[in-house]
Design a protein around this ligand. Structure first.
Ligand code: PRX
Length: 642
């Protein structure tokens, strides 16, 4: 794991400046952020770089006024970038759309007007349930333009996940499409929204994009076609002057307990953070084709397909569908066709493509690639080496970016632009400027070299969330109470003798399936909603491709005799309700679950028994018989009795 690669020339070229730069960011943050906030054009300069008076509700660039869509579009349209490609969109069927900065601004203005015509104003909440189409960034930027706070709901989520998010944020309008394409199939998005809206009260308007041409029901007075409401190509909507700390968007993410958390990001700090971090980590050049192969439904897509690249005036590639359809060479085909210079993807995608062997990438000319990137989970050395050698021909540094929905942008990552010396496969290397990490043990003492502990951040940084939607108390409790005064992010990490950070997975009950962050509680809630089930517990097992896979243990209600038919039906319905990534791979029927005396399910015991490991301290276990019961259930499934 600790093997040093041959020194990479690109990285070595700049070696040294990172240390000085990083030092300045911590020693003189006022001056540092004064300078680096200039990456954004402000209507009104801020009074103070950082207001800590209501910590941990840190406020950056106080009283500064800006508009994110102005910064992402108008200022480029006034410059030499007017006719530069802002977004290159690649459809699943090979269609392409190239939208220039000028073209994108026109579309954003047209949709901003549609929103205003629907009665949406600054501060109103807008839900976006769209597939990976050009209109997704258009709608996000239109909201940013008028100051409406949007929440993008991943288009793989099902009706109950949509309803929950709409209810939490109080969305007045939903923007969706007739359908989305994935793996040659059409996902009927509008139908799913209709089902979700049966459980919501706030939505007055639904705007539907015609995308896949499938039949949909339109509700008179509520539902409108996108192309009809956003038809005014000459519309000019003056950008709203937003306060730096006005919310820009809410993105829901999973935690250990309770319903998903609505992470709120602001206008000023977030924009300054995402644009600077993209610049520092990936060193993009004016003529680069930047491809972040993520989905806009997650934070990676928000920050690094839409906001950061457009704020920097780059050309951002986005693609529809999956990377293995119509064939496992799709990614390499796109790299060759568009001459991608920087490719940013996930360990799951790398592992998946690696399984198909070297012949697919070898068929294509990948020489345009200069830098590679990874995000979402720790990258295992085998995947790292394959990416480095087979895809990057041993020339391109791998920028392993560690961050979270809550952090807005990268927090630990190599900095190609600043230079940091040799990379170590599997380590995200060093903190971004302004980030002061610390690794603590159970008691809050700093861990020694190579000692695993909880990674925390000791100071605020501009990209950090403002709060959790409607729940300031939960924000303080989740992130700032475990180690008071420090941001606790739930991950294990360790620092080696050379100061490199190694991320070692979650310390809580959050699961990562193909890089998607899921809370055990959400899946358990879905399981116990079946009339046949009284209790449920979910754990994960390691998976060679997906990173982790979902394993569930359920107690059937009295009188129910579980069989394979029931478990298949549950899997199918959970998938329909929560979305295709959330499928329990195995369902084990048990009579009891291991619990503490206070009734808390001990998932760590379940996991240890499942993985044939020693379950550790069982003194708080209420019912030891449950452990035997679980072993039997696992054996039963192995023998395919159920
Ligand atoms: O556990 C860490 C893991 O993903 C979590 C954040 O998930 P999410 O909010 O969905 O954001 C994903 C995209 C940033 C983290 O708490 N994680 C993310 N990137 C890495 C990582 N673990 C190790 N290495 C990474 N590069």
């Amino acid at each position: 794991m600790d093997e040093n690669l041959p020194l990479n020339e690109y990285v070595n070229h700049h070696k040294g400046s990172y240390d000085q730069f990083y030092k300045e960011s911590l020693e003189n943050p006022e001056k540092f952020w004064q300078e680096h906030s200039k990456i954004i054009d402000w209507y009104r300069n801020f009074d103070q770089v950082l207001d800590q008076s209501s910590a941990p509700f840190y406020r950056w660039f106080t009283n500064g006024k800006l508009n994110v869509s102005y910064n992402a579009l108008d200022r480029h349209v006034k410059s030499f970038r007017r006719n530069k490609a802002a977004i290159i969109w690649v459809g699943e069927d090979g269609r392409e759309k190239i939208v220039t900065y000028h073209g994108l601004l026109k579309r954003v203005n047209a949709f901003a007007k549609a929103l205003i015509d629907s009665g949406i104003r600054k501060g109103d909440r807008v839900a976006i349930y769209l597939p990976m189409v050009i209109e997704t960034p258009v709608v996000m930027l239109a909201c940013a333009r008028i100051g409406a706070v949007f929440t993008v709901i991943f288009s793989g989520f099902g009706a109950s996940a949509i309803a929950e998010r709409i209810n939490d944020c109080g969305a007045k309008v939903v923007i969706t499409a007739d359908g989305g394409r994935r793996n040659g199939k059409i996902i009927p998005l509008k139908n799913i929204v209709d089902e979700a809206l049966e459980d919501t009260k706030t939505v007055e308007t639904v705007i539907v994009l015609k995308n896949t041409q499938n039949e949909v029901d339109m509700v008179e007075g509520r539902d409108f076609w996108y192309h009809e409401v956003a038809s005014d190509e000459r519309a000019l909507v003056e950008p709203e002057r937003m306060d730096s700390n006005d919310p820009l968007f809410i993105l829901y993410t999973s935690g250990t307990t309770g319903k998903p958390k609505g992470v709120v990001h602001g206008n000023g700090g977030y924009s300054v953070w995402v644009s600077n971090t993209l610049k520092w980590a990936f060193d993009p050049k004016e003529d680069d084709r930047w491809w972040c192969a993520a989905d806009i439904g997650w934070i990676t897509g928000h920050s690094y397909i839409v906001f950061a690249p457009l704020l920097l005036g780059l050309t951002s590639i986005m693609y529809e569908g999956s990377i293995t359809y119509p064939g496992p060479d799709r990614m390499w085909q796109i790299v060759e066709k568009y001459g991608v210079n920087i490719l940013y993807t996930s360990p799951t995608a790398i592992r998946m493509l690696m399984r198909y062997g070297d012949s697919y990438p070898k068929k294509y000319d990948l020489s345009s690639l200069r830098i590679l990137g990874s995000v979402g989970e720790p990258i295992n050395p085998a995947a790292w080496h394959w990416f480095y050698s087979v895809i990057g021909s041993d020339r391109c540094p791998i920028i392993d970016t560690y961050w979270q929905t809550e952090t807005g942008g990268f927090i630990i990552s190599p900095s190609a632009n600043l230079g940091i010396g040799p990379l170590k496969p599997g380590s995200a290397t060093f903190p971004m400027p302004g980030i002061a990490p610390v690794i603590l043990d159970e008691n809050g003492n700093e861990c020694k070299e190579n000692e695993k502990g909880y990674i925390c951040i000791q100071r605020p940084w501009p990209g950090m969330m403002l709060t959790l939607n409607g729940d300031d108390e939960r924000y303080v409790k989740v992130y700032f109470s475990r180690f008071p005064g420090r941001y606790f992010n739930g991950d294990f990490a360790m620092k080696d003798k050379d100061g490199y950070y190694w991320l070692l997975g979650r310390s809580d009950e959050v699961i990562k399936v193909s890089g998607h962050r899921l809370g055990t509680i959400e899946i358990e809630d879905a399981l116990v909603s079946f009339p046949e089930i009284s209790e449920a517990a979910v754990i994960s097992k390691p998976d060679n491709v997906k990173g982790e896979a979902i394993i569930s243990f359920v107690i059937p209600k009295r009188g129910i005799t579980p069989d394979r038919h029931l478990s298949e039906r549950i899997k199918k319905e959970v998938r329909e309700r929560l979305g295709p990534i959330i499928v329990p791979e195995e369902i084990h029927f048990v009579e009891s679950l291991p619990k503490t005396r206070s009734g808390k399910i001990m998932r760590r015991v379940l996991k240890a028994v499942y993985l044939n490991q020693i379950p550790g301290d069982l003194t708080t276990l209420e019912n030891e018989a449950s452990v035997e019961d679980i072993k039997n259930a696992i054996e039963m499934l192995k023998k395919e009795k159920i």
